[in-house]
Ligand binder design. Structure first.
Ligand code: F0G
Length: 386
């Protein structure tokens, strides 16, 4: 009999009772193994990733994120807009797609420690996957410029956090230097395995839409994600999964837009701390993506980012972090200037979960109303009394 889709081959099933509990080959209790559920990006796209039968897969079952239709943005832009909710990944950002591959390869290569520079999300993801793999993890972050939730994640997963007196770009220089001279694996997106994992977002989008979108909007910081997303679309087209490839539109924050200005920004500044980067490591990949796809790189102001952040939360019901809102701010700007054809099928990557950085949400809203245990007072406060 053919095994049902998603089930494990009989040879792999080899159930060995351990302490009375049947476990599978990976050591997980059989009853807890959701065989038919989403298997994580490595198992789902194994044949398109640089893993072999002996690669120990370190996964938190990342990927398989929602592609959410956006009616309000569609009405505003005259396009059919879908949001790829990458904040639904296990650590709350798209970084998990690349981290599962990078950490799996690090373990395969016998590494005992991983290291990264980060504006916050990479460090949260590296710390979680390192914990899962029982590796040591060190993260270098710009002191005072990382959202509280992201720092909490790195700390709770047991990473050693170095708060560097410098920018993200300084942190990355330091991290590369350490990885060159000491036995630690660098898991920034300069690690090619990260890009390989992150490309899977394009495969999922093509599967969900049945084609590639016409336009893909994405925030750009260190430029790994636009590089990876474009790679994924190219491969999907080469494999015949999509007839065409989208136009790639990357957006940087106006105070941190080295790719728009064509030169490094020594002191980048923006409320979107995740993309507060002045010298993107994957600049060449970003330029290639927009050149090959006929797209472009543009800047959006902090004010535009904030407006998109509020619109997403209040009108689409999606809570993202500031950097993610840059993609939507960019889309709205393109539509306003008439640079996007009406009726286009558009996908915007929403890279990270808003809960990582609640300060902006709380500060931008009126404080909760203090209330006694009194239904009349509550009704008055809610304007229910006519
Ligand atoms: N959005 C979020 C939420 C991010 O955390 C990042 C990058 C980006 C967008 C930009 O992606 O760098 O591939 O162009 N965060 C990195 C980090 C730099 O350290 O977490 P990119």
């Amino acid at each position: 009999m053919e095994p049902a889709e998603g089930s494990v081959e009989p040879a792999e099933r080899s159930v060995e009772p351990r302490g009375g509990i049947p476990v599978d080959r990976g050591g997980a209790p059989v009853n807890m193994t959701a065989r038919r559920a989403w298997p994580g990006v490595v198992e789902r796209y194994r044949d398109r990733l640089p893993v072999g039968p002996s690669t120990p897969v370190v996964t938190l079952l990342e990927g398989g994120t929602p592609l959410l239709p956006a009616p309000v943005l569609s009405a505003r832009t005259g396009c059919e807009v879908h949001l790829k909710i990458e904040g639904a990944n296990p650590t709350g950002s798209f970084k998990d797609r690349g981290m599962t591959v990078a950490v799996s390869k690090a373990v395969e290569e016998g590494s005992r420690a991983v290291l990264c520079a980060s504006t916050g999300n990479t460090s949260a993801s590296a710390a979680a996957y390192a914990a899962r793999a029982a590796l040591t993890c060190a993260v270098l972050v710009p002191d005072g410029k990382v959202a509280a939730g992201k720092l909490a994640q790195a700390l709770v997963h047991g990473a050693t956090v170095l708060a560097v007196d410098g920018s993200f770009d300084d942190c990355l220089t330091l991290a590369r230097d350490l990885a060159d001279h000491y036995p630690v694996t660098l898991v920034n997106s300069v690690n090619p395995f990260r890009i390989q994992g992150q490309k899977t977002v394009a495969f999922e989008i093509v599967e969900a839409l049945g084609r590639a979108p016409d336009v893909h909007c994405i925030p750009v910081g260190n430029a790994g994600n636009i590089t990876a997303t474009w790679l994924g679309y190219r491969e999907a087209a080469e494999l015949g999964l999509a007839a065409a490839r989208p136009v790639m539109r990357g957006f940087q924050a106006a105070g941190a837009a080295p790719l728009v200005h064509g030169q490094p920004v020594p002191r980048p500044s923006t409320i979107a701390t995740a993309i507060r980067i002045g010298k993107p490591a994957s600049a060449a990949g970003a330029r290639q993506a927009v050149a090959e796809s006929g797209g472009g790189l543009a800047a959006v102001t902090d004010r535009q980012i904030m407006a998109a952040y509020r619109l997403l939360a209040r009108e689409e019901g999606v809570f993202v972090e500031m950097a993610s809102a840059a993609a939507v701010a960019g889309l709205l700007a393109l539509a306003a200037e008439g640079s996007i054809e009406r009726g286009s099928l558009v996908v915007a990557t929403l890279t990270g979960n808003g809960l990582k950085d609640p300060d902006w949400a709380v500060n931008g809203a009126p404080p909760p109303l203090q209330m006694p245990v009194d239904s009349r007072a509550a009704a008055r406060a809610l304007d229910l009394e006519g």
